[in-house]
Design a protein around this ligand. Structure first.
Ligand code: PLP
Length: 223
C-alpha cells in the first residue's frame, strides 16, 4: 500500500471533528512530501534536531507538532514556528516556552502531557500535579503560552481493556478540568490520544487528535 492509500483509508475511519497528526519522525523528506501532496498539513516530530531542518526546507503552510519529550535548552529552536507542543511535562518547561515565546513575541499553544500508562518510564504530570498547576498562581505571569488541552500515551500492550481504561481516565480528567474555573490561558479544547496501535480505541474514548506514523508510512527502521 502507498502512503496515499494508507492516508485515504485512515481518514475514512476518523470523524471530522478529530484531527490527524501525521507522525513523520525518522521519515525522509520525499515521504513527507507524499503525505503533503495528498493534502495533509499537520505533521508530528519527536525531536527538535529533526523537526527544525524539516521545517526549513518543507512548505511553510505545514503545521509542526512537537510530540516528544522537550528539553528546556532546545525550546528556542522551535519557538518561532512550532504550531502545538503536545508534550509539556513540567512547570519548568512551561516557563521556558513562555520565555522564548515572549522574545518573538508570539503565543505558543501547548498541551499538558499526563502520565496515564502503568509504565514507569513515560513522562508527564500526574492528575494531582496538573490540578495543582492549573490552580496555582504560577500560570499568571505566563502570558505567551496558551494551554489548549491534554495529551497522553497509553501503555504499550495488547491488553485492549487496559488501554481503554487509561484513555478513559484521561478523558475523565479532561472533562473534570473543563468544568472548573480555569485561568484565561487554559482552555480544555484538545485531547491528544491515540497512535497506530490504539487510535480506534482512543477515538471511541473521545480523542480530538490522533498521532499516527506507522499506519501511514509502515514500520520505522529506528523506532
Ligand atoms: C512515534 C510516536 C507516535 C506515533 O506512533 P506510531 O505507532 O508510529 O503511530 C505518536 N505519539 C508519540 C508521542 C510518538 O513518539
Amino acid at each position: 500500500m502507498s502512503i496515499q492509500e494508507n492516508l485515504l483509508g485512515l481518514v475514512k475511519e476518523i470523524p471530522r471533528a478529530c484531527k490527524l497528526i501525521v507522525v513523520s519522525k525518522t521519515q525522509p523528506l520525499e515521504k513527507i512530501r507524499e503525505a503533503y501532496d495528498a493534502g495533509h498539513r499537520d505533521f508530528g516530530e519527536n525531536r527538535v534536531q529533526e523537526m527544525t531542518p524539516k521545517y526549513e526546507v518543507l512548505p511553510k503552510n505545514i503545521s509542526w507538532h512537537l510530540i516528544g519529550h522537550l528539553q528546556t535548552n532546545k525550546v528556542k529552536y522551535i519557538a518561532p514556528f512550532v504550531s502545538l507542543i503536545h508534550s509539556v511535562d513540567s512547570p519548568k518547561l512551561l516557563v521556558e516556552i513562555n520565555k522564548q515565546a515572549s522574545k518573538i513575541p508570539r503565543i505558543i499553544p501547548c498541551l499538558l502531557q499526563i502520565h496515564i500508562a502503568g509504565e514507569e518510564t513515560k513522562f508527564g504530570f500526574s492528575e494531582q500535579e496538573v490540578l495543582e498547576l492549573v490552580h496555582s498562581t504560577s500560570l499568571e505571569g505566563l502570558q505567551n503560552i496558551a494551554i489548549k488541552g491534554l495529551m497522553g500515551m497509553a501503555t504499550f500492550t495488547d491488553n485492549k481493556e487496559q488501554v481503554r481504561r487509561e484513555f478513559r481516565n484521561l478523558k475523565t480528567l479532561f472533562e473534570k478540568l473543563k468544568k472548573q474555573v480555569l485561568p484565561e490561558s487554559v482552555k480544555m479544547q484538545e485531547l491528544s490520544m491515540g497512535m497506530s496501535g490504539d487510535f480506534i480505541i482512543a477515538l471511541e474514548e473521545g480523542s480530538t487528535m490522533i498521532r499516527v506514523g506507522t499506519a501511514i508510512f509502515g514500520q520505522r527502521k529506528h523506532p
